[in-house]
Design a protein around this ligand. Structure first.
Ligand code: CA
Ligand code: CA
Ligand code: CA
Ligand code: CA
Length: 502
């Protein structure tokens, strides 16, 4: 996180208008001022930009594991920051689109190959949300729809988010005027309400305010009440956590060294710290597209926002508390055992999140019986669990051609009772599942084309399926897959067991 503030001292105007600053690396407490006066870390930040990290932050936090969950498609991440480099196609193509402003002029298809600005700046607030031509967000610093970053901070933050979730949509809410390095509380307040009212799923706040603000608190609580997760930097004062990171209700992010092994020297310590992520020499994109390395909790924060977006991309129905539980309980514990004031619950772990958020299945075979042990993610994840067998020789082909089947219900009888299940038919065979609350008490097989068979299972929800007979199978090597579904949508990749011989 870098300061948007210059080294000049706070003026009287600012003192009365509640100046807020992005970052505070070196804090000068000047007791004669009612407010703390901060020096800028801008110079510090620039000095440290060229120091390439020994480790890639994406490896440290396990982005490849998060990528298995989702690419963030359909997830809207609001960046309350200094804007974004809209001239860079990486960002331009990732911008959230306020479809209500667009569709009144032309359909999205008509617009897609044309110049957005030429078409959509019609001077009309088409969606009547109070902001004229807010196509990709809003600039509360200038009260305009210009979201171009002239500072760099917002672009750096956006680059980190897109590295984690390349298909996420970025809602750009600029709070500073032009290239100014300062911004006001009111802009932050309005930015939060804008994000919530326009559909953001995540609000990334890589910023600190010089003082607590009841208006900002109220806005953040409004966001949380609406199930919008607010991820905030802890600030860069080693002495104390900055507001709004001090709020219990937000996800407060501290920073570690590039290896993710010790707390960064300027990252604050305290009981509001929830989690940490690498925050030194974090590789990202600068204005103009150059690769830059940035330091501060401003940049560990979007690492966490990206992980949240990966989870929401997998399952948009996840509750805020579930998301927090997943990322906190899977973090890599450092320092004192369990949560501590340096690392919070630990360093963000993509592999840990995948382990908790995705189903898993282990199959063991004894003579003619197969025992399946399953891990199922938290129950607000999914409505159905699917299990299927596939011949190992077909697995790679299957994985390359994600199945596209039509969901339907199927009634079947068992022990003189009738059950209803959901099934899928595609070129690889029949997939069957059952509602989480349903009861299916045997393992039964129907060989289907191309070696795929269906397994019905018992004790659904308890995670263990026993006494499953393999006697009906063609002999050969099989893998067993498990998938969780919600409203007929696959919520995570299908995870496959090791192959077993039947
Ligand atoms: Ca509007
Ligand atoms: Ca318009
Ligand atoms: Ca918290
Ligand atoms: Ca710990």
């Amino acid at each position: 996180m870098k300061n948007i503030l210059t080294t000049k001292q706070v003026s009287f105007v600012f003192a009365f208008s509640l100046l807020n600053i992005f970052i505070t690396v070196f804090v000068l407490k000047i007791s004669s001022y009612a407010q703390s006066v901060y020096s800028s870390d801008w110079a510090f930040y620039l000095e440290n930009r060229s120091n390439k990290a020994a480790n890639s932050w994406s490896d440290v936090v396990g982005l490849s594991d998060l990528a298995i969950l989702s690419s963030g498609k359909g997830v809207i991440v609001a960046l309350i920051d200094s804007g974004v480099d809209t001239n860079n196609p990486i960002f331009a193509s990732a911008l959230w689109q306020n479809k209500s402003e667009l569709l009144n002029d032309k359909t999205l298809n008509e617009i897609s190959d044309e110049n957005f600005n030429g078409i959509d700046n019609d001077g009309v607030d088409n969606d009547s949300n109070g902001y004229i031509d807010d196509i990709h967000g809003w600039n509360f610093g200038d009260n305009s729809n210009s979201i171009t970053d002239q500072n760099g901070h917002g672009t750096n933050v956006a680059g980190i988010v897109l590295k984690s979730v390349p298909d996420a949509e970025l809602m750009i809410i600029k709070i500073n005027s032009g290239k100014s390095t300062t911004f006001y509380t009111d802009a932050v307040v309005n930015a939060i309400y804008y994000a919530v009212k326009n559909g953001a799923d995540i609000i990334n706040m890589s910023l600190s305010l010089a003082n607590d603000s009841n208006d900002v608190k109220t806005a953040i609580l409004y966001a949380i009440k609406n199930e919008v997760i607010v991820v905030s930097a802890a600030g860069n004062s080693p002495y104390s956590i900055s507001f709004p990171g001090t709020m219990e209700e937000v996800v407060t992010v501290g920073a570690t060294n590039p290896e993710g092994t010790s707390i960064l020297w300027n990252s604050p310590i305290g009981d509001s710290i929830d989690i940490t992520a690498p925050g030194k020499s974090v590789e990202t994109i600068g204005i103009g597209g150059e690769t830059v390395f940035v330091t501060g909790t401003s940049f560990s924060t979007p690492v966490v926002s990206g992980a949240v977006a990966a989870l929401l991309g997998m399952n948009p129905n996840l509750k805020l508390t579930t998301i927090e539980n997943l990322i906190f309980s899977s973090a890599k514990d450092l320092g004192d055992n369990g949560r501590d004031d340096e690392f919070g619950w630990g360093v963000l772990s993509g592999s840990g999140i995948k382990r908790l958020a995705a189903p898993s299945i282990i199959a063991k075979k004894n003579l003619t019986k197969v025992e399946l042990s399953c891990y199922l993610p938290p129950t607000d994840y999914y409505t159905d669990v699917y299990i299927a067998l596939i011949k190992s020789s077909l697995l790679d082909e299957y994985k390359m051609n994600r199945y596209k089947g039509n969901a339907d219900t199927l009634q079947y009888s068992l022990n003189n009772k009738t059950y209803e299940s959901i099934w899928w038919l595609n070129s690889y065979g029949l997939w069957m599942g059952d509602s989480v609350n349903g009861v299916v008490s045997i393992a039964s097989l129907n060989l289907y084309n191309k070696g795929l068979s269906v397994l019905l299972f018992s004790d659904l929800g308890k995670g263990i399926w026993k006494n499953f007979s393999t006697s009906g199978f063609e002999s050969g090597s099989y893998n067993i897959g498990i998938a969780v579904m919600g409203n007929s949508k696959l919520l995570a990749p299908i995870f496959w067991s090791q192959s077993i011989l039947f």
